[in-house]
Design a protein around this ligand. Structure first.
Ligand code: GAL
Ligand code: ZN
Length: 649
C-alpha cells in the first residue's frame, strides 16, 4: 500500500473540530494519520486511571472517512504525575544536574520504574485496540536518542555491560590502554561514566555502544510487547536520518520497517537528504516510510523559510524516489500553543483550506494515488555502495560532543559525484555482501575489523572496485591506533604505505592528477608511498611533493583505490565517471540541479526527474518516454518546471 498521511493531534483541538478535520483530510486524499504520539497525560491522567474514550471518538470520526491509523506508544513524554511520584526517572545530564520536567524525552533509558510504567500503558493501549482494523500499525516512542543519562543506575548498568563484554579487569585495562595516565581499575565499581570532556577514546567508544544498546533494549521491550498482543499490526519507529548517536542497524533489526523524519529545510541540503534516505533504506535493505515530512516552515532555533509553492511536492517525490512507501506530513495543522507554535502544518493555525500546503497536499495525493500501482512493489537497484558504519562514526569523536571530521560530509563528496551520473547508491555495512556492486566506497573508515578486511579483500579479488578515503585502517576495535604501517590490514591490497601525514584543517595544498589537472586538497592528507600501486594524483607543494595523493592497484580481478586527502569536487566527479563508466542513464541528459533516481519493478524502470531549482530546467531525452504524472509522451528537449517533477517510464 502507498499512503499519504498526516501527523494528527486531536487532543490539541476542540472535539467539535474533529469532524471538520476528517472531512478536510478526506478531501485532500489523506488516508492515514499518526495518533497519540505524546498523549500520555490524556490517556492516563492519573496513575492507573485510563481515558481512551476521546481517542476512540476521534478514531471513529476518522474511520467514517476511511482514514487508517498508526498509533504511537506515548513513552517519549512521561506525564507530570509520574515524574512527581518517581523523580529518579528524570535523567542526570552531563553537567550533573537532573533534567527538569517541561520538555520531552525526559527519561533515563535504563530506569526500571520507567520500564514498568511504559509496559503498563503500552499493554493497555494494545489490548484496547487489538481488534481494530483501522489501526494498521504502531510507532514506538518518538525519535530515540537522547539525552544521555549519567545517573548512578546507568553507571551500574554500564559496569555490568563492561563486565559481560570484557570478563576480566585485566582484559578491560589492556583493551582500553589504562596504563595511560594511571587509569587502571582494580574493581568494576571504580569505573565512572565519561563525564570528563576528553575521555580515553576506548572508554568513550564503549560508552557510545552501551548507550546505543540501552536504547535498543528499551525499544525491543516495546516491540516484543506489541507483537505479543497485536501480531498482525506492523511496528516501526521514527528514525532521524543521519543522527549519529545510535547504531541504527541494530535498532532497525526488530522493526517491520524503518520510518524516518525528514526535514530538508533548504534546497542546498538535497544531497544530504538523499543520502539520509539511502541510509534509512540501507538499515534493513528495504523500502521505508517517511513518518514526518516537512510541509513548510519549521521552528528550530529560528523559523526556517516558508516553502515556495512546489517545494512540498518536490520533497515528497524525492522521498518516494529514494524508496518511501508512505509519506506522512508533520503536522496536520499548526498548533496555537506550545513550543512549536511557529511550526507549519498542512493547515495553518486558522484551519482553513486556503493554505499553500493544503492545496499542495491535495494535488500530491491525487497524483500519488493515481500512480500507486506503479510504485507498489518497486525498489531501488544500485550498482554502487557506500559503507556507513556506527563504530566508525563514533571513533571519529575525539572530544565528547564534537566529531573530528564530518563523516557524512566525507561520504557526500563521492555521493554527489555518483548522483550526478544519475546512478542510485546503496548504503551498507563493512561486513555486508558486497559482491553485487561495481564499486564500494569507504570514507573515514578508521576501524577495519578482521571480518571487514577479509570481506573487502574477497570482494576485490573477485573483481570489485574498492575505494578508501583517508585514514583507512588507522584504528582497532577499541579505537586505539594500530601498530602496523598504514593502511594497516589491507596495505597489500592498496599496494601503498603511509609513513607521514598532515592535518589540513586551516589550509589547503595543490594536488595534480595524471592528466595535469589541478585540485585543492583539504581536511587531511595521508602522504602516500606507493609500493606497487599506480599513482593517479600527486601532491604538488613543498615537502609533500615526493608523495602520492591518490593511488590505484589491481588486485586479483579487481582494483583498490586509496584517496589520501579531501579534494575539490571535480576530482570525485572525474573518478566516479571513470569507475562507473557504462552505468549512467545514457538516454537522459540533465543539468546539475535535476536529480535522477530510479525505482524498478522487474525490468520496468520508473525514472524520477526532480528539479531542485526555482527556474525551469532543460533535459534532453534521446528516446521516447511517457511522463506518468501528465500521461504525455516526451522526447528530445523538454522543460522541467521550477521545482517540477517528471516520472518517466
Ligand atoms: C521532530 C519531532 C516532532 C516535531 C518536529 C518538529 O523531530 O519528532 O515531534 O517536534 O521535529 O519539526
Ligand atoms: Zn540513568
Amino acid at each position: 500500500m502507498v499512503y499519504i498521511g498526516a501527523d494528527y493531534y486531536p487532543e490539541h483541538w476542540e472535539r467539535q473540530r474533529w469532524s471538520v478535520d476528517a472531512e478536510l483530510m478526506q478531501r485532500a486524499g489523506i488516508d492515514v494519520v499518526r495518533l497519540a504520539e505524546f498523549a500520555w497525560s490524556k490517556l492516563e491522567p492519573e496513575d492507573g486511571r485510563y481515558e481512551f474514550s476521546w481517542l476512540d471518538e476521534a478514531m471513529s470520526i476518522l474511520d467514517r472517512k476511511g482514514i487508517k491509523v498508526v498509533l504511537c506508544t506515548p513513552t517519549a513524554s512521561p506525564p507530570a504525575w509520574l515524574i512527581q511520584k518517581h523523580p529518579d526517572i528524570l535523567p542526570i545530564l552531563r553537567d550533573g544536574n537532573r533534567m527538569s520536567f517541561g520538555a520531552r524525552r525526559h527519561y533515563c533509558i535504563t530506569n526500571k520504574t520507567y520500564h514498568y510504567y511504559s509496559e503498563r500503558i503500552i499493554r493497555k493501549l494494545a489490548e484496547h485496540y487489538k481488534n481494530s482494523s483501522q489501526v494498521i500499525g504502531w510507532q514506538v516512542d518518538n525519535e530515540f536518542g537522547g539525552p544521555k543519562c549519567y545517573c548512578e543506575g546507568c553507571r551500574r548498568e554500564f559496569q555490568r555491560w563492561l563486565k559481560s563484554k570484557y570478563k576480566s579487569l585485566d582484559n578491560l585495562n589492556r583493551s582500553w590502554g589504562n596504563a595511560f595516565w594511571s587509569h587502571d581499575y582494580t574493581s568494576w565499581e571504580q569505573i565512572p561514566l565519561p563525564i570528563v570532556p576528553s575521555p580515553n577514546p576506548a572508554f568513550d567508544l564503549d560508552f557510545r555502544r552501551f548507550f546505543s544498546d540501552m536504547n535498543l533494549a528499551y525499544s525491543n521491550m516495546q516491540i516484543r510487547l506489541l507483537k505479543s498482543i497485536t501480531p498482525d499490526k506492523f511496528v516501526t519507529h521514527n528514525f532521524m536520518g543521519l543522527f549519529p548517536h545510535l547504531n541504527y542497524y541494530d535498532l532497525a533489526k526488530n522493526y517491520d520497517f524503518v520510518s524516518w523524519d525528514n526535514y530538508p529545510q533548504n534546497l542546498e541540503n538535497r544531497f544530504r537528504v538523499a543520502l539520509s534516505h539511502d541510509v534509512m533504506r540501507g538499515l534493513k535493505k528495504k523500502n521505508f516510510w517517511v513518518m514526518e515530512q516537512q510541509c513548510s516552515y519549521l521552528t528550530r532555533q529560528d523559523i526556517t523559510p516558508t516553502f515556495s509553492p512546489g517545494q512540498m511536492r518536490l520533497w515528497t517525490y524525492h522521498s518516494f524516489a529514494h524508496g518511501a512507501e508512505a509519506v506522512v506530513y508533520f503536522r496536520w495543522r499548526a498548533c496555537t500553543f506550545g513550543i512549536e507554535q511557529f511550526h507549519s502544518g498542512i493547515l495553518q493555525h486558522d484551519g482553513t483550506d486556503r493554505s499553500i500546503s493544503y492545496k499542495e497536499a491535495t494535488r500530491i495525493s491525487s497524483e500519488i494515488h493515481r500512480i500507486a500501482s506503479q510504485l507498489e512493489g518497486s525498489r531501488l537497484i544500485s550498482p554502487v555502495a557506500i559503507i556507513y558504519d556506527y563504530d566508525n562514526i563514533w571513533a571519529n569523536y575525539a572530544y565528547q560532543e564534537k566529531p573530528m571530521y564530518d563523516y557524512p560530509g566525507e561520504a557526500l563528496r563521492f555521493y554527489r559525484a555518483i548522483k550526478r551520473l544519475g546512478i542510485n547508491v546503496d548504503v551498507v555495512r563493512p561486513v555486508d555482501d558486497l559482491s553485487k556492486y561495481r564499486a564500494v566506497i569507504a570514507p573515514l573508515m578508521y576501524i577495519v575489523t578482521e571480518e571487514a578486511a577479509t570481506n573487502i579483500r574477497r570482494y576485490v579479488e573477485k573483481g570489485g572496485t574498492f575505494i578508501a578515503g583517508f585514514r583507512f585502517g588507522m584504528k582497532d576495535e577499541n579505537s586505539n591506533m594500530v601498530k602496523t604501517v598504514l593502511p594497516g590490514k589491507l596495505r597489500d591490497l592498496f599496494g601503498i604505505a603511509i609513513y607521514a601525514w598532515d592535518n589540513l584543517r586551516e589550509r589547503s595544498v595543490e594536488v595534480k592528477d595524471k592528466e595535469g589537472e589541478s585540485y585543492q586538497a583539504d581536511t587531511f592528507a595521508d602522504l602516500i608511498t606507493p609500493e606497487g600501486a599506480e599513482i593517479i594524483a600527486k601532491y604538488n607543494s613543498s615537502w609533500y611533493s615526493p608523495y602520492a595523493a591518490a593511488t590505484v592497484r589491481s588486485f586479483g580481478k579487481g582494483k583498490a583505490y586509496y584517496i589520501g586527502c579531501g579534494l575539490s569536487q571535480g576530482f570525485y566527479d572525474k573518478l566516479m565517471r571513470k569507475v562507473l563508466k557504462g552505468l549512467e542513464v545514457e538516454e537522459i541528459r540533465c543539468p546539475d540541479e535535476v536529480e535522477i533516481a530510479i525505482r524498478q519493478k522487474e525490468d520496468k524502470k520508473l525514472i524520477f526527474l526532480m528539479n531542485f531549482s526555482d527556474k525551469s530546467s532543460e533535459v534532453s531525452l534521446s528516446r521516447e518516454y511517457v511522463d506518468l504524472i501528465t500521461e504525455k509522451k516526451l522526447s528530445g528537449k523538454v522543460e522541467v518546471d521550477p521545482f517540477g517533477v517528471m516520472l518517466l517510464i
